[in-house]
Design a binder for this molecule. Structure first.
Ligand code: NAD
Ligand code: UDP
Ligand code: UDP
Length: 343
């Protein structure tokens, strides 16, 4: 077990030397697990901008130091290379628990590790929240609805998940993580928040992470054919990362436990997505059909009425607006064209 103290932790508070955030309020100490990953690093940017003191705990499995490099040297930022499957002692006020590979290719790579991360990792972070009285937000997923029999999916739907399939390490893992959060909430009085995140895209996604938006964008930029799995008629709803981060922060700061769907209700077939990528990057990009993966959900679209009503939140960036922002970032990372940097 490791113990890490940061500026503004209890010892300093006792001495009355509590650092103030930019807005003059008591500075929040926030832990972001998985904060070197795609979503986590964008969240860290917003928290730092707000004046919080941020600790990232990440084992760098799918995350990259480059994603948070711009905060290195900032006294309000700390990166700890650590695996959440092992316990850790920290003093914080809030925990955004995002550590878990999100791309099917990554989470299937070592399924036992994925389920340990979701179960033991979440248990450890809840234990930490209990010890220090921190508020805890779990990043769950639309995958808890499995191959849904209800469309669009509302939070009241219990889902249609295969417990023994190749995706189970992730979707059953996340279902258990939600269960743990609720049990710590009911049993130990922990303040928890549950976000069910739908497919999200944007700058800093891994170039070859296997998810459909990052695949299509990288393929179109490299002049390779876009790989459509199956007949391409399956649907997903794609949310731009800044909308998600706004939703996560509103959920954390608000009074409601959830679960809340956080996603963009705009629904696209994979063939339609390929078309948008063609329009955005290269109208001549070819499409190549490949066999689909096992247990692939046929459709997915969030019902976000609850988040609209109780969090006052809804996405503001459409796919056609968000995609170009991601394309500039990918172009820069693929070809080093700094003139086109974005995001
Ligand atoms: P990501 O793979 O970019 O980020 C995950 C981060 O967690 C990485 O930095 C990785 O190194 C770290 N990590 C993984 N296992 C760890 C462990 N055992 N200990 C410490 N760190 C570990 O993925 P993302 O898209 O940023 O997803 C972030 C969270 O949001 C995940 O929990 C994911 O399940 C959830 N989510 C994402 C989406 C999406 O579309 N991006 C959709 C639904 C849910
Ligand atoms: N834990 C942790 N950091 C802490 C407090 C707890 O990593 O600051 C871990 C602890 O090692 C345990 C898990 O969280 O494995 C659950 O802790 P809890 O206190 O709820 O359960 P217990 O230790 O009683 O089993
Ligand atoms: N997909 C695709 N081509 C790719 C990668 C994925 O057609 O190169 C499809 C995949 O079969 C699925 C959808 O895109 O139907 C979304 O897949 P992704 O892995 O991005 O996310 P998830 O399945 O977790 O929603």
């Amino acid at each position: 077990t490791r113990r890490v103290l940061l500026e503004g932790s209890t010892t300093q508070e006792k001495k009355g030397r509590v650092p103030l955030g930019v807005r003059g309020k008591k500075q929040k100490r926030v832990l972001v697990t998985g904060g070197a990953g795609f979503v986590g690093s964008h969240l860290v940017d917003r928290l730092i901008e707000r004046g919080d003191s941020v600790i990232v705990v990440d084992n760098l499995f799918t995350g990259r130091k480059e994603n948070v490099l711009h905060h290195m040297g900032n006294p309000n930022f700390e990166l700890i290379r650590h695996d959440v499957v092992e316990p850790i002692l920290l003093e914080v006020d809030q925990i955004y628990h995002l550590a878990c590979p999100a791309s099917p290719v990554h989470y299937k790579f070592n399924p036992v590790k994925t389920i340990k991360t979701n179960v033991v990792g979440t248990l450890n972070m809840l234990g930490l929240a209990k010890r220090v009285g921190a508020r805890f937000l779990i990043s769950s997923t639309s995958e808890v609805y499995g191959d849904p029999l209800q469309h669009p999916q509302a939070e009241t739907y219990w889902g249609n998940v295969n417990p023994i399939g190749v995706r189970s390490c992730y979707d059953e893992g996340k279902r258990t993580a939600e269960t743990l959060a609720m049990d710590y909430h009911r049993g130990a009085g922990i303040e928890v928040r549950i976000a069910r995140i739908f497919n999200t895209y944007g700058p800093r996604m891994c170039l070859d992470d296997g998810r459909v938006v990052s695949n299509f964008v990288a393929q179109a930029l490299r002049k390779e054919p876009l790989t459509v799995y199956g007949d391409g008629k399956q649907t997903r709803s794609f949310q731009y990362v800044s909308d998600l981060v706004e939703g996560l922060m509103r959920l954390m700061e608000g009074e409601h436990v959830g679960p809340f769907n956080l996603g963009n209700p705009g629904e696209f077939t994979m063939l339609e997505l390929a078309q948008v990528v063609q329009e955005t990057i290269d109208p001549n990009a070819k499409i190549e059909f490949r066999p689909n993966t096992e247990d692939d959900p046929h459709k997915r679209k969030p019902d976000i009425s609850k988040a609209k009503e109780l969090l006052g939140w809804q996405p503001t960036v459409s796919l056609r607006e968000g995609l170009p922002l991601m394309v500039s970032d990918f172009r820069q990372r693929l070809f080093g064209d700094s003139k086109l940097t974005g995001g």
